[in-house]
Ligand binder design. Structure first.
Ligand code: ADP
Ligand code: MG
Length: 402
């Protein structure tokens, strides 16, 4: 894979596909982590005299055609403003993705100048399943620049026009963020130092079953918490009250439990809980000793005994991958489990990787020192698919022909 740092970019226009998909609250950016993670590549290209055109998506615009989507938003305007602040130079926001406005900007911008195209998902073709439809948009994007740099790791698992088709049309290379992510994920998948402990949480077991299946053959211990743990506990015959259950996953979860037992992988589930009678920030937290959850209450976080158990299971780890908060950390009364797990991982000496948008947000939200982990991945779905052993279309396109 070519590295963006090795491209001769002086006086050239470079299209950088970045992942700037930040959370917004009434138009304000609540966590700019993904923008910050994208800066090194942009700064390097700009400093070496490139004109940099950034392409990114934001949220999920809806509507049948471009005008409907552009009218509904979200616009990348707040991202352009934040990016300009962080880069310390103006960032021109195009009035479209790859139309008249974008071409005028592309042909008039100079060395060391930066521009951002509007939300690429305003173009319905971006996510089309039809190769020709995507190809047409890719052609318009490629016409804006001399070279392509793929640095949007969080979108690398998508076979989208700006991720998968555009790099095929231009000389291309991987940006620093993508290279850093791949280096770490490769370490996790090829001979990780042992014990290798994986902590999985989050809301839905269905999102994570494939990665659990793959990790059963690789990790020494799987610590399972968060919403997904209740489907596991239910599969073992425990009562789970009103906790989230994915009943259609019970069969698969039972298979995972059997596979783990056969493979000699230690699968550790919560042994106590913090419950509430409703899903709300001001619900009263109550500790339930033991794995069963009383009727009329729902599991919101792991209990104190589970926090200690998980910390013990992490203490001797040499490699840790953590995806998914073990409790509803957004509500302070139910954040203790997430904090305890994060601190236990922070104390590990060895490779510690956090993957997943909400997990990364939890780390920042809890104000843990940023250097407590070796690497905080910007790509939730992308890092999980990599660990599942699947080829990421965006990476494959960058590797191709180089
Ligand atoms: P990531 O983005 O890190 O992959 P997920 O998207 O899988 O994580 O899950 C994050 C969500 O899981 C959080 O919003 C959190 O509130 C939720 N969650 C964690 N524990 C529970 C629980 N016990 N019940 C319901 N939701 C939970
Ligand atoms: Mg998430």
């Amino acid at each position: 894979m070519n590295r963006a740092e090795d491209l001769e970019v002086a006086g050239r226009t470079v299209l950088v596909r970045a992942d700037l998909n930040v959370p917004l609250d009434s138009g304000a950016i609540t966590d700019d982590g993904r923008i910050r993670a994208s800066l090194p590549t942009m700064r390097d290209l700009l400093a070496r005299g490139a004109a940099v055109i950034v392409c990114a998506h934001l949220g999920r615009p809806t509507g049948d055609d471009y005008p409907a989507r552009a009218a509904g938003g979200p616009s990348l305007r707040p991202v352009a403003d934040r990016l300009a602040e962080l880069l310390g130079r103006p960032v021109t926001l195009a009035g479209d993705v790859a139309g008249e406005s974008a071409s005028v900007i592309a042909t008039t911008m100079g060395a060391g100048e930066a521009a951002l195209l509007e939300n690429v998902r305003f173009e319905p073709a971006e996510t089309s399943k039809d190769d020709q439809v995507r190809g047409e948009l890719a052609g318009r994007l490629a016409a804006l620049a001399d070279m392509y740099v793929g640095d949007g790791f969080g979108a690398m698992h998508r076979k989208h026009a700006s991720v998968y088709d555009t790099p095929r049309l231009l000389p291309h290379a991987a940006g620093q963020l993508v290279l850093a992510e791949v280096t770490v994920l490769r370490q996790l998948t090829t001979s990780p130092a042992r014990p290798y402990v994986v902590v999985l949480g989050g809301a839905k077991v269905s999102d994570k079953l494939a990665v659990i299946g793959n990790l059963v053959g690789k990790a020494d211990r799987l610590l399972i918490a968060g919403g997904m743990a209740y489907t596991f506990l239910a599969a073992q015959g425990h009562r789970i009250g009103d906790s989230i259950l994915q009943a259609d996953q019970l069969g698969q979860v039972t298979t995972v439990l059997a596979d783990a037992a056969r493979a000699g992988v230690e699968l550790v589930l919560p042994v106590d809980h913090v419950v509430a009678d409703r899903f709300a920030a001001d619900a009263r937290p109550e500790v339930v000793p033991g794995p069963d959850i009383p009727d009329g209450t729902m599991g919101m976080d792991i209990g104190p005994a589970t926090r200690d158990l998980f910390a013990r299971k992490l203490a001797d780890a040499k490699t840790v991958f953590w995806n998914g908060p073990p409790g509803v950390f957004e509500f302070p009364a139910f954040a203790a489990g997430t904090r305890a797990v994060a601190e236990a991982i922070g104390a590990v000496t060895g490779l510690t990787v956090v993957g997943g948008g909400d997990s990364a947000a939890a780390v920042r939200h809890l104000n843990l020192p940023p250097d407590a982990f070796t690497h905080i991945s910007t790509g939730g779905g992308a890092s999980l698919e990599y660990l599942e052993g699947r080829a990421l279309p965006g990476l494959a396109a960058l590797e191709d022909g180089t």
